[in-house]
Design a protein around this ligand. Sequence first.
Ligand code: UT7
Length: 338
Amino acid sequence: MSQTKPVYASFRSIGAYVPEKILSNADLETMVDTTDEWIVKRTGISKRHIAADDEYTSDMGAKASLLAIERSGLSADEIDLVLCATVTPDYFNMPSTACIISDKLGIKDVQAFDISAACSGFVYLLSVAKAFIESGMKKNVLIVGSEKFSSIVDYTDRTTCILFGDGAGAAVISATELEEEGFIDLHASADGSYADFLVTPAPGCINPVSQRVIDEGLNFVQMKGNETFKLAVKTLTKDVKEILAKNEINTDDIPHFIPHQANYRIIKAVGDALKMREEQVVVTVGKYGNTSAASIPMAINDIWESGRLQSGELMLLDTFGGGLTWASALLPFAGKSK
Ligand code: UT7
């Protein structure tokens, strides 16, 4: 009787897309009561990119995906599952953005769906791709984190409008028989009792579109910033400590710690608590702001494109966001070096 060899999910390629238009801190100074100095000091953000009026989450996702597919060495018709993580879908909530991305890429007759896990979306997708691949159901999964966050930001609210930006990142996750190329570990979790920390109250069945929704601005993201900040530092640090301890890996052995890019002060506090050296910690928040589900793949793409991420090197991902949701992953980059 022939025995089936085990298969592992491997991170095969990365791509990203950033819209052209830049919204600088100087621009924001003319829109709300804030200063470049306050924003840089409290968040580390200098600018963020904003999609054009007629540029949508699916457009950005498709552009990032094209690069990821090309860099994987596969052709689009070898992709057998398309997943998108977003809280700013093209439509609330049908059809899914994953379906639209598949169509824009010419990928026909494959399963496609979205997930909603806010800033944790990309690492959540890694867990979904892993499950599909390691169960033998799929071979090459395209995962996309894409956000037109500017579509849910109130540009008169200085506590949120300084933080968020638009963009997309995508990766191809493929089956491999080589254990050393596979994900090492992944942990994802959630606690809905903190649902009101980060919320877009409308549209949804609680607040269907109405004049009241418009008058009260319920279609915009609302955040308990300071409370979220404190919980983010605590949770991100705990999550990393646990995944490293479980796998008997020291922080020193991590060349690339890639945390969610929400606020430089969060990243610095977590990095310091873990005794990470500066060169281990990937920081892109200064130029992109918080791009939610796109933040981690955009950061991975940055270090890959700059030649800093080499084939076989270990990545530690760590994220936290609305839901509340959080997740961490330990995995090698199984694609080619640039
Ligand atoms: O991606 C998902 C996870 N998201 C996060 O993790 C975001 C977490 N939160 C944050 O990044 C920070 O909490 C913020 C950047 C949003 C705020 O920074 P903070 O250090 O927590 O400030 P704060 O909310 O405690 O506010 C301090 C002061 C307040 O004024 P008073 O009440 O002390 O007079 C705010 O009104 O700063 C004021 N403030 C501002 N001042 C100038 C808030 N936003 C601004 C602003 N410009 N843009």
